[in-house]
Ligand binder design. Structure first.
Ligand SMILES: [Zn+2]
Length: 137
């Protein structure tokens, strides 16, 4: 099997604020200026009311696990060193539901678990990940 490398995120005009927030230890998302709903992934227009105006918000806090799965096999060379690892979705406190990778001790992870925003350095950027609240010092 070919050796596959993990693809680094592209930092461009659309995503720059997200990566800058990540470098500050925060998770950035967008909120609609018309209906007030938060959404993820960041878009220049609202996915709920289709208004043409959104603003950035961010949190360094936590959220609640909405769903997750534990991956116990992955033959890709980009991910096999992570096995077992957990991916899922988190309802950010006051924010939207976001896609998430969970790091650290995932043995106690459950739907409804409290998690906190953390970051993992990948190349030149900090990629947001989540740790269980019990692991936060
Ligand atoms: Zn809206």
């Amino acid at each position: 099997m070919a050796d596959v490398k993990r693809v680094l995120p592209a930092v461009d005009a659309e995503s720059r604020e997200f990566w800058e927030a990540a470098a500050r230890g925060e998770f950035a998302y967008k909120r609609c200026v018309s209906c007030g709903r938060a959404h993820w992934y960041p878009r220049p227009h609202c996915p709920y009311c289709h208004a043409d105006g959104t603003t950035w918000e961010s949190t360094a806090g936590g959220g609640t696990v909405y769903t997750f799965t534990v991956i116990r096999q992955n033959s890709s060379s980009a991910f096999r060193d992570w096995v077992p690892y957990a991916m899922g979705m988190v309802d950010l406190d006051g924010g939207p539901r976001v896609f998430a990778r969970f790091v650290g001790d995932i043995s106690g992870l459950a739907v409804g678990s409290r998690v906190e925003v953390s970051h993992e350095r990948v190349g030149d950027v900090d990629v947001p990940v989540f740790v269980t609240a019990a692991e936060v010092p």
